[in-house]
Ligand binder design. Structure first.
Ligand SMILES: [Zn+2]
Length: 450
């Protein structure tokens, strides 16, 4: 049998709970973390018959803002739909979601090396309740808490454009940062405010055509309920290995939904994967379609700050900051704001920005000096202390030049490498405290005068 190499084809679904005051379709508080069960509930979010839902405008605005920042097209006509399935934490028997006309469609995200990954859609839906399995006395109970039921949930779906796990991780981390920059959610994975799912299949490696033009495999496996970046990486690694082994044996991979067991580092079968037709989607009759005018979308646009990927490019291109430092600033908005003030204030101080970044990141000087200006002052004093004065440089340079008349002749005749030797000798006399540029300028001037 012919042996092939296989390439992963990965698409992602990211669920993000929006940080709105109230729930998606009622006035209950959307607070549900560590709150007494079933206290933030009403007939609407309990799914009682006859209760009428009304959409939360703030949530819709946040979803559109998120979509614009990922370069999506915003549908001026949009609507909600019912997605039917049975589960105890979904008391209505359907979830209000969006089917064929989501708020946002067709966006993209660029990695730090400018690879483009397409975003298929971003829509809004309601979260479900939460089931807790408890042992009370000697009996087992399954209890339902409806505090989370009806909390606004945004779902971002990508095209299956990812073929390596590092890109996947970079993307989901940027999605988390974006949620925080836009203040649409804290996207805290430990609290379940951000949840990840990946669908994955393998295709035979071909050369030539662009990845996005190649035919997709005829199956996909969905990995569900992944609650940390680390588990996402291990789950994808485990699943790629499992599928590779099956395909290399000449067998077919079954289309299904799988979970990840963090103890065994393996994925396990949960159920066969459902398709859209299984949900019997239809338009939500209790909520009229949602219309937006270009004007309203333009106003939301003005509210979008510099996104993490833009800041990353700026720090890289304009400042030449180390990637490691850039990522630290991007993650920590307080530090990032501090550094931004330094950028503004430093224009005249002439201190090297990489040096300042290093002092902040490695010596935590931003904590010692609350005011960025005070930090700059302190660093300037430090710098002047360490560097030799112009007079010391002049004395050291004059004596080195006097001792090396032959070398100077050679330098004048074009032996450029002599310059390095002279600078080295001068630095030696200064115990390494001279500023290289200043020493070089001094030698060049001295030669011209000679
Ligand atoms: Zn409610």
């Amino acid at each position: 049998m012919k042996k092939y190499n296989y390439v992963p084809v990965i698409g992602l679904e990211v669920h993000i709970e929006l940080s709105t005051k109230r729930k998606m379709f009622c006035d209950c508080s959307s607070e549900h973390f560590q709150i007494k069960p079933n206290t933030n509930v009403c007939p609407i979010c309990l799914g009682l018959p006859g209760a009428l839902p009304y959409p939360n405008k703030e949530a819709v605005k946040k979803c559109i803002k998120f979509g614009i920042s990922f370069n999506c097209m915003i549908n001026k006509f949009s609507k909600f739909d019912r997605k039917h399935y049975f589960y105890p934490d979904l008391s209505k028997g359907y979830q209000i979601s969006q089917y064929d006309i989501p708020f946002c469609e067709g966006g993209h995200w660029k990695s730090s090396v400018n690879s483009v990954f397409r975003i298929k859609r971003i829509h809004l839906e309601e979260d479900t309740g939460k089931i807790q399995h408890r042992k009370i006395g000697s009996e087992y109970f399954s209890l339902i808490d409806f505090n989370r039921s009806g909390v606004p949930l945004m779902e971002l779906v990508t095209e299956p454009d990812f073929s390596n796990i590092n890109d996947v991780l970079d993307f989901v981390k940027d999605v988390q940062l974006a949620s925080r920059y836009l203040e649409v959610s804290n996207a805290d994975m430990e609290k379940g405010s951000m949840r990840l799912e990946a669908n994955i299949s393998l295709r035979k490696e071909e050369t030539g055509k662009r990845d996005q033009m190649k035919r997709l495999p005829d199956y996909k496996v969905e990995l569900k309920n992944i609650n940390s970046f680390r588990f996402l990486r291990s789950a994808l690694e485990a699943e790629i290995k499992r599928q590779t082994d099956i395909l290399k044996m000449g067998d077919k991979v079954i289309q299904e939904t799988r979970g990840y067991n963090e103890k065994t580092h393996q994925t396990y079968s949960q159920r066969s994967k459902e398709e859209a037709k299984d949900y019997r989607y239809f338009p939500e009759p209790d909520i009229p379609p949602i219309l937006h005018q270009s004007k309203e979308i333009d106003i939301i646009k003005t509210d979008i700050p510099e996104m993490p990927w833009m800041k990353r490019q700026r720090y890289k291109k304009d400042i030449g900051l180390k990637d490691e430092y850039t990522e630290i600033f991007l993650k920590d908005r307080k530090r990032s704001a501090y550094f931004e003030q330094i950028l503004l204030l430093n224009k005249n101080s002439g201190l090297d920005l990489s040096y300042i970044a290093d002092q902040i990141v490695n010596k935590n000087l931003d904590l010692k000096y609350q005011s960025p200006q005070k930090l700059l002052n302190a660093l300037s004093v430090e710098k002047n202390k360490t560097y030799a004065s112009s007079k010391e440089i002049k004395n050291a340079a004059d004596s080195v030049l006097k001792e090396n008349t032959k070398a100077i002749e050679d330098l004048k005749n074009g032996k450029i490498q002599i310059l390095g030797y002279l600078i080295g000798s001068i630095q030696k006399k200064l115990n390494g405290k001279g500023n290289i540029n200043e020493i070089r300028r001094y030698i060049e001037n001295a030669l011209m005068e000679n």
